[in-house]
Design a protein around this ligand. Structure first.
Ligand SMILES: Nc1ncnc2c1ncn2[C@@H]1O[C@H](COP(=O)(O)OP(=O)(O)OP(=O)(O)O)[C@@H](O)[C@H]1O
Ligand SMILES: O=P(O)(O)OC[C@H]1O[C@H](OP(=O)(O)OP(=O)(O)O)[C@H](O)[C@@H]1O
Length: 211
C-alpha cells in the first residue's frame, strides 16, 4: 500500500509536525539530510518538504493527499479542497504593529506593509479605512522604521522581533496555527486511513490536555 503523502512547509512547521507525529507513533529517520521526501519507518506516511506558499498547489493537484501549512497562508489562497482540522503547532498571532501611540482607527488613510495582502485588504474594509497595501516578502518590521509604511500586518510569536525594532502590537486580529488540508479525491479514496490519522492526532491532544 502506498503511504499517505503529506506536503508540509519545510521550516519550523515541518519540525513541529514531525514531533507531533512522533507522539502519534510515527518515526522518521535521516532527518538531517537534504532529502525532500521522508517515509516513516512503518511506511504509512510520506512527508514531502515544500515552501509554505506551495502547499495548497501540491494538495489541489493531488501531488500530495494531505497538506500542513499555517492558517495565515491558507487565508491568502483560494484553496479547492477540505480543511480537516487545526493542529496544535505553528501557533502565533496575526497583529497590526507599529510605533507606540499609533492608532489605526484615527486615520482616514493608512499605508500598511505586509506579507498578507488579502488579510490586510479585508481588515481595511472591516474597519472602513482607506489605505494602500504594500506587499513585502519579509523583514516587514523595517517598513515603519524607514517610513515605507505607517504600520504593518504580520504574525507575532514571541514578540522579540517587534521589541528589538522598537515596535509594539497595536491590535491582535486573530490566532494562527497550522491547518491540516486534504485533496478532495484522496479524502474519498483514502478516507479510512485519513480518519485513522485524525484519531491518532486527537489522542495526542487529549493526552497533552490532561498533562
Ligand atoms: N515566529 C514565526 N515566524 C514565522 N512563522 C511562524 C512563526 N510562528 C509560527 N509560524 C507559522 O509558521 C508558518 C511558516 O512555516 P515554515 O517556517 O514551515 O515555512 P517555510 O516554508 O519555511 O516559510 P519561510 O520560507 O517563509 O520561512 C507561518 O505561516 C506561521 O503559520
Ligand atoms: O514574534 P517573533 O517570535 O519575533 O516572530 C515573528 C517574526 O517571525 C516572522 O518572520 P520570519 O522569521 O519568517 O522572517 P521574515 O522576516 O523573513 O519573514 C514574522 O514575519 C516576524 O518577523
Amino acid at each position: 500500500m502506498k503511504p499517505l503523502k503529506i506536503a508540509v512547509s519545510k521550516g519550523r512547521v515541518k519540525d513541529q509536525l514531525i514531533a507531533l507525529l512522533k507522539e502519534a507513533g510515527f518515526e522518521f529517520e535521516d532527518l538531517k539530510s537534504r532529502k525532500l521526501e521522508h517515509v516513516d519507518t512503518s511506511g504509512r506516511i510520506s512527508l514531502i518538504s515544500v515552501k509554505a506558499d506551495d502547499v495548497t498547489t501540491y494538495v489541489e493537484r493531488a501531488a500530495a493527499d494531505l497538506g500542513v501549512l499555517g492558517s495565515d497562508i491558507l487565508y491568502e489562497r483560494s484553496f479547492d479542497g477540505y480543511e480537516l482540522r487545526y493542529l496544535p503547532i505553528g501557533k502565533c498571532r496575526m497583529c497590526v504593529a507599529g510605533f507606540r501611540g499609533f492608532n489605526l482607527s484615527d486615520r482616514s488613510f493608512v499605508r500598511i506593509a505586509t506579507k498578507y495582502p488579502k488579510r490586510a485588504k479585508d481588515l481595511l474594509e472591516e474597519k472602513g479605512i482607506n489605505g494602500e497595501i504594500l506587499f513585502l516578502s519579509g523583514s516587514v518590521e523595517l517598513a515603519p522604521i524607514v517610513n515605507l509604511a505607517d504600520c504593518i500586518l504580520d504574525i507575532v510569536e514571541t514578540g522579540k522581533t517587534l521589541e528589538e525594532n522598537d515596535l509594539v502590537v497595536l491590535e491582535t486580529i486573530g490566532q494562527i496555527s497550522s491547518v491540516l488540508i486534504a485533496n478532495r479525491i484522496s479524502f474519498k479514496l483514502m478516507n479510512e486511513r485519513m480518519m485513522g490519522l485524525l484519531n491518532d492526532l486527537d489522542a495526542v491532544e487529549k493526552r497533552s490536555a490532561v498533562k
